[in-house]
Design a protein around this ligand. Structure first.
Ligand code: GLA
Length: 369
């Protein structure tokens, strides 16, 4: 869990922004809610390596250098993340780590980096992507510093099958998210089937959150979403046990965005220690979808999603479809409302508004009541 510069700011970043954002993460209660990593994405780099061949920060954006910034972030009780690429250049055409993996890993460790997002642009033709990810994984390990390795090859060559063996702790499964309902839908609902590959320390990453951006992203196709859609997005990412990387400007969150991003009961679904990724229940082509995520205390998180464009639908979940015996009574809790809805057997159904979601927790009872 953390915050990353890319979604809102793109290359428009500097040390002042990072400091102010770190301050806000603490003062707005995001750190208390679990968001620890402050990650600087692409375009932090100077156009050239320094005279010793090391990566250097853009002197105009980061006049005090990265180490001082990492120290500041650490002084707030946060962790510090940075970005590079397997290729010769980053996606923003700055120097990247191809052929310099060991030197760059050492540089990052010396700066106090705790998280590396490692992208996939400008990979030399004919060189194996998995091999390059392995090379950086090895280089990071060799530094002796604990660095969370976030691999970002947009799902090429099914990274869920090999990323953990390259040292990856999380890996992107798709292309870039945009701040629109269409993008949330396309990415989020396509993750079914990947649950077999996720678990503690090895997470599928359907990209960062767009909650609270309201169309203020760095790409032109970002039309923004309603709070209902942002709540649905957050619910789905939590059911998917996805890394929760905030992408909005945390210095000016709306009350609604803050309420979504800091909702303890919903975050607890994402962060459940068993680390199971949710899956889709039933596979028909309907615009009403049910997703379930088993939790460590024997309960189940269940999401009822209405993907229809203009009308409410009543969406049922049958106990048997999520692995509960028909006659097993279960307490049904509405997590967003923080409210128990009662004890039900066999099934539960509720009306869900368009693009909305009901996020439930089903806690089976030991005896019939
Ligand atoms: C790629 C990544 C994005 C972001 C940009 C930066 O597109 O997928 O998340 O890091 O590069 O250039």
């Amino acid at each position: 869990m953390g915050w990353n510069t890319w979604n809102t700011f793109g290359g428009d970043i500097d040390e002042q922004l990072i400091r102010e954002s770190a301050d806000a993460i603490v003062s707005e209660g995001l750190l208390d809610a679990g968001y620890k990593y402050v990650v600087i994405d692409d375009l932090w780099e100077a156009p050239e390596r320094d005279k010793d061949g090391r990566l250097a920060a853009d002197p105009e954006k980061f006049p005090n250098g990265i180490k001082a910034l990492a120290d500041y972030v650490h002084s707030k009780g946060l962790r510090f993340g940075i970005y590079s690429c397997v290729g010769t250049h980053t996606c923003g055409r700055r120097p990247a780590s191809y052929g310099n993996e060991e030197l760059d890993a050492e540089t990052f460790a010396a700066w106090g980096v705790d998280f590396l997002k490692y992208d996939y642009c400008y990979k030399p033709a004919g060189v194996s992507g998995p091999m390059l990810y392995k090379r950086m994984g090895q280089a990071l390990r060799a530094t002796g510093r604990k660095i969370l390795y976030s691999m970002c090859n947009w799902g090429a060559e099914e990274p869920w099958k090999w990323a953990a063996s390259c040292g990856g702790h999380m890996w992107r499964t798709t292309g870039d998210i945009a701040d629109s309902w269409a993008s949330i839908e396309e990415i989020g609902f396509s993750q079914d089937g990947l649950e077999y590959y996720a678990g503690p320390n090895r997470w599928n990453d359907p990209d960062m959150l767009v909650v609270g951006m309201y169309g203020k992203g760095n790409c032109s196709d970002e039309v923004g979403c309603t709070d209902t859609e942002y709540r649905t997005h957050f619910s789905l990412w939590c059911l998917l046990a996805a890394p929760l990387m905030i992408g909005c400007d945390v210095r000016s969150m709306t009350a609604a965005a803050k309420e979504i991003l800091t909702h303890r009961e919903v975050i607890a679904v994402d962060q459940d220690p068993m680390g199971r990724q949710g899956y889709r229940v039933g596979k028909d082509g309907s615009s009403a979808q049910v997703w379930a995520k088993p939790l460590s205390d024997g309960s189940l998180a269940v999401g009822l999603f209405n993907r229809a464009n203009g009308w409410a639908q009543t969406i049922p979940v049958a106990w048997e479809s999520v692995g509960l015996h028909d006659r097993r009574p279960a307490v049904v809790r509405d997590l967003w409302k923080r409210e128990d809805l009662g004890v039900f057997s066999g099934s539960f159904s509720a009306s869900v508004k368009a693009h909305g979601c009901l996020l439930l927790k089903l806690t089976p009872q030991r005896r019939a009541v």
